[in-house]
Design a protein. Structure first.
Length: 141
């Protein structure tokens, strides 16, 4: 019959299609196993990428909040510094006005200025004053 040690191929198309289906099924199973293995590796990679993405988003948010806080605080400090400067200028102006008014008061309260005012208004000195009440300053003429 057939010599030993040699492989013979069967050329019958009926058997060839069965053999091809079996080969294709084996390939599909291998491909499915490789796909599942790759997907598990890929899903780990996706999870890692998601984690990195969320960490980056969180860090960006924290940096944004810190920058916003810095801008608000810097603006507040600048505004308060401006208010202090305005108040110091106003205080300086009021001190100058006060010193001018004190000088005018001293000039008007001096005895010579009062005497001149009394002469200009034709005022006379009050004499013979009788007090109605002993302990008060109510006078009667």
């Amino acid at each position: 019959m057939f010599p030993l040690g040699r492989d013979y191929k069967i050329e019958d198309p009926r058997f060839a299609s069965c053999a091809m289906r079996k080969t294709n099924r084996d390939k599909n199973e291998d491909h499915r196993e490789n796909y599942l293995i790759n997907m598990s590796k890929h899903s780990n990679t996706i999870r890692e990428k998601d984690a990195v993405l969320w960490v980056n988003i969180a860090l960006f948010g924290i940096v944004s909040l810190l920058f916003f806080y810095y801008v608000v605080v810097a603006n507040s400090v600048a505004a308060n510094s401006y208010k202090v400067q305005v108040l110091q200028d106003e205080l300086e102006s009021l001190v100058e006005s006060n010193s001018s008014l004190v000088a005018q008061k001293m000039a008007l309260e001096s005895p010579t200025a009062l005497l001149e005012l009394a002469r200009a208004q034709s005022l006379v000195a009050a004499g013979n004053i009788v007090y109605i009440f002993e302990n008060t300053n109510v006078a009667q003429r």
